[in-house]
Design a protein around this ligand. Structure first.
Ligand code: C2E
Ligand code: CA
Ligand code: CA
Length: 744
């Protein structure tokens, strides 16, 4: 059974009975269209040559009465219309093939006109073919069994006679239909190739047959008209050539090639055989059959070769638009599919929505259960997405993001279903979906549409009770701003629109300056003053944050060096690092580079990382922080107490300074508890051999309390807002401290 199936499969493949994928079909179609260019060109040259060659006395008696090429040509036209018609066909085919292969959008006027011309010519061929057979002999057709074989040529001729105008009609009809409906268009190219193949075959048959049947005459010296044949029957080559053309240049499925070739050969040989007064030599028959067999083999082999190529190509293309980890397409696929669909139907996007799916807290799976489990989770979600949105375009964008293009049908139910599934899969971890929805608009690029869906998704990222949000016009302004930030980051860095502001840090005991925190500000020519809150989340979201931080490092070091060179005082500066920095750049290398370039004492740079950063990616950060510490940088834990993991973090890392989050100071007056908590945190830090700094100090009362519990450093509006460099340098000048005071 198994071998039988294999044999059957082999045969199916060999003869092309297997269904080809759409890609392979298109590939073969394109290959045919490319061949069409060459076929067209060859035919034009061939026909010009034939026409020129034929304008002589030997072929067209009486032509010598005319002198001059133009006059001769005019006279010869009546004899040559057949060739000229064929030449026009060649031209149309060539032009069509060129526009078809060049213009993927399939809406050109040229194509439209060419199609109509070719359709017209096809119909016209019908009349051209009349002289081929004695019209009167064709009818009535006798379908009785006894004469059926003899009638075969008649059937065939009638069939062709009808076929040509039918094909012509189809081409015209389809072209007009397509013109008004913007429908699929491979059909037209197939129709044109078939028509052209027919025209070629008919041309070959007609020329060869006419050559075979019309005896040439020669005037003997004695005045007798002599029939001679010796030079004749050579134009059978025309038939054979045309057949090679059609069989080898154009790719048909092998079984079609076989049927086509054998039918043509059979009919043609019968025509030759049955011609009165002409003997069809047996040797001829064997020659033709040998030719037929070799030609068939060649066409099969060409087909197989093309199919292999096409499938290889398909695989490559598939790999390029496929996400192998999750077994789903990627976003490039969505883009190209949409482009393709739009080229057939410009209203394709009218009822469509882009969905952007984000898995909130996905990282916890990786962190707690390992990457393997994380991948498994992504795969299962991928499967579920494909299943719920069957028939829609689905893709994984990156990490834990999925993109879907779908209609409004049962959208909410489908999302709920997915969310439910994720809940079940997440086994107690707080993992759920957020979905941004964007109504697709014509004329907008897919990547922009996805960005908007993503934007909507980002808005509800931290809103626990909302699963999905549709992008609306009020978001548009924010979205534009976001795009602006992403697109202008490099320019802003280059032109120093972005600068560091310095916020003073003071000793709680003496209230003298002991350092500053560098805080980025973007002073934009269009949007004006932008705070980190405006651009940092965006830069993190788009994984561009390292560009900013690399720049701030350089900025801080550069101006510190400048100031030292000018003989001014400097204070240590804390620089903020995002978790992503450690993934996106080699923080150690970048820091070391700037520090050595500007020859800065490492103890003057403090590395601030936030607590939430630490809870997310573990090993990489830990390693980096240890190296930095070893190199002599002081490591500060930012925003302590604002996240979820707090105390664990203290166990796993060694920090020099704990920056206590400013949240603890809110409603400081009323809430006795927060005082107790602050007190405990400071004690805890001291126990763990860490210094403390409290952020957001706004009142004297707060400062006094913090001093009383032993918090060493204070930072907040009470001592100064973040200041631009020049102003901050003014502050330093007024201070009386010495540099040694700023050390821990
Ligand atoms: P952060 O590191 O916690 O910085 C402290 C923030 O609190 C600053 O906001 C500062 O202006 C503000 N602040 C300081 N004292 C007071 C106060 O007394 N009262 C109040 N209400 N606020 C105070 P800013 O400059 O808007 O920065 C926000 C966040 O942006 C920073 O929080 C930091 O996480 C991030 N950030 C700023 N610059 C950079 C940077 O260059 N790179 C990276 N990765 N993040 C940065
Ligand atoms: Ca900070
Ligand atoms: Ca902070």
């Amino acid at each position: 059974m198994n071998t039988l199936t294999k044999v059957w499969d082999f045969i199916r493949n060999l003869f092309g009975f297997k269904r080809n994928s759409k890609y392979v079909k298109n590939y073969l179609n394109e290959a045919n269209m490319r061949s069409g260019i060459y076929m067209g060109a060859i035919i034009i040259v061939l026909e010009i040559w034939l026409v020129v060659r034929q304008t002589n006395e030997y072929v067209i008696p009486g032509i010598s009465a005319y002198s001059g090429f133009v006059d001769r040509f005019k006279f010869a036209y009546s004899y040559l219309s057949f060739y000229i018609l064929f030449m026009i066909c060649g031209m149309v085919l060539m032009l069509f093939s060129i526009t078809y292969t060049r213009n993927k959008k399939r809406d050109s006027k040229v194509e439209f006109i060419l199609n109509l011309v070719l359709g017209g010519i096809s119909i016209f061929w019908f009349f051209m073919l009349f002289p081929l057979n004695d019209w009167k002999n064709l009818f009535p057709l006798d379908f009785s069994k006894s004469v059926r074989r003899a009638n075969i040529i008649r059937y065939f001729t009638v069939m062709i006679f009808t076929m040509m105008p039918v094909l012509g009609g189809l081409i015209i009809g389809h072209t007009i239909y397509k013109h008004f409906n913007q429908r699929n268009n491979t059909t037209i190219s197939i129709l044109i190739i078939i028509t052209f193949a027919f025209i070629c075959l008919l041309f070959g048959m007609r020329v060869s047959y006419a050559d075979f049947t019309v005896p040439a005459t020669k005037l003997r010296s004695n005045g007798a008209l002599d029939l001679y044949y010796y030079e004749k029957r050579k134009m059978i080559t025309c038939f054979l050539t045309m057949i090679i053309f059609v069989a080898c240049l154009l790719i048909w499925k092998p079984y079609i090639s076989i049927i086509m070739l054998s039918t043509i050969f059979y009919v043609f040989m019968r025509m030759l055989k049955s011609y009165d007064g002409r003997e069809f030599v047996e040797g001829d028959e064997i020659n033709y059959i040998t030719f037929l067999i070799s030609l068939t083999m060649i066409t099969i082999s060409i087909y197989q070769q093309r199919i292999t190529e096409a499938e290889k190509d398909q695989q490559l293309e598939h790999d390029a638009v496929y996400d192998h980890l999750v077994d789903i397409n990627n976003v490039q696929f969505v883009s190209s599919s949409v482009r393709e669909a739009l080229s057939h139907n410009e209203n394709y996007l009218d009822d469509k929505y882009f969905l952007f799916i984000n898995i909130v807290n996905f990282r916890t799976i990786n962190d707690l259960k390992g990457f393997e489990e994380g991948d498994k989770f992504l795969k299962e979600l991928g499967e579920a997405v494909k299943k719920s949105f069957k028939g829609d375009l689905t893709a994984r964008q990156s990490d834990d993001h999925y993109v879907i293009l779908t209609t409004n049908d049962g959208l909410k139910e489908k999302i709920d279903e997915l969310n439910q599934m994720v809940n079940n899969l997440s086994e107690g971890l707080f993992i759920h979906l957020k979905v941004g929805v964007y109504k697709a608009k014509a004329g907008e690029s897919v990547s922009r549409a996805i960005d908007k869906a993503r934007y909507a998704c980002g808005i509800i990222k931290r809103k626990y009770d909302e699963v999905f949000l549709e992008y609306n016009d009020t978001m548009d302004e924010m979205f534009q701003k976001r795009q602006y930030i992403v697109n202008h980051l490099d320019e802003a860095i280059e032109k120093e629109w972005i600068v560091a502001y310095y916020q003073p840090v003071v000793w709680s005991e003496s209230l003298e300056l002991c350092g500053a925190e560098a805080l980025a500000r973007w002073i934009d020519p269009t949007y004006g003053f932008l705070s980190p809150g405006d651009f940092i989340p965006i830069l993190e979201d788009t994984r561009l944050i390292h560009k900013l931080d690399r720049y701030i490092i350089e900025y801080v070091c550069k101006y510190m060096r400048k100031r030292i060179d000018e003989g001014g005082k400097v204070v240590p500066v804390s620089i903020n690092f995002s978790r992503l920095d450690f993934e996106l750049m080699d923080v150690v290398e970048v820091l070391e580079e700037s520090v050595s370039k500007y020859n800065i004492d490492k103890s003057f740079i403090h590395v601030e990382v936030t607590e939430s950063a630490l809870s997310e990616s573990f090993d990489l950060l830990n390693m980096n922080l240890n190296v930095l510490k070893g190199l002599g940088y002081s490591i500060w834990l930012d925003d302590f107490g604002s996240g979820y993991s707090s105390l664990n973090v203290l166990k796993d890392y060694d920090f020099d300074v704990l920056k206590i989050d400013m949240k603890f100071l809110t409603n400081f007056h009323e809430n006795e508890k927060s005082k107790d908590i602050l007190d405990c945190i400071v004690k805890l830090a001291n126990k763990l051999d860490m210094k403390t700094l409290t952020e957001g100090v706004e009142t004297k009362e707060q400062a006094m309390f913090l001093e009383s519990i032993g918090c060493a450093r204070l930072q907040g509006y009470l001592f100064g807002k973040p200041l631009q460099l020049a102003d901050f340098e003014g502050v330093i000048e007024k201070e009386k401290f010495t540099l040694a005071d700023t050390k821990i």
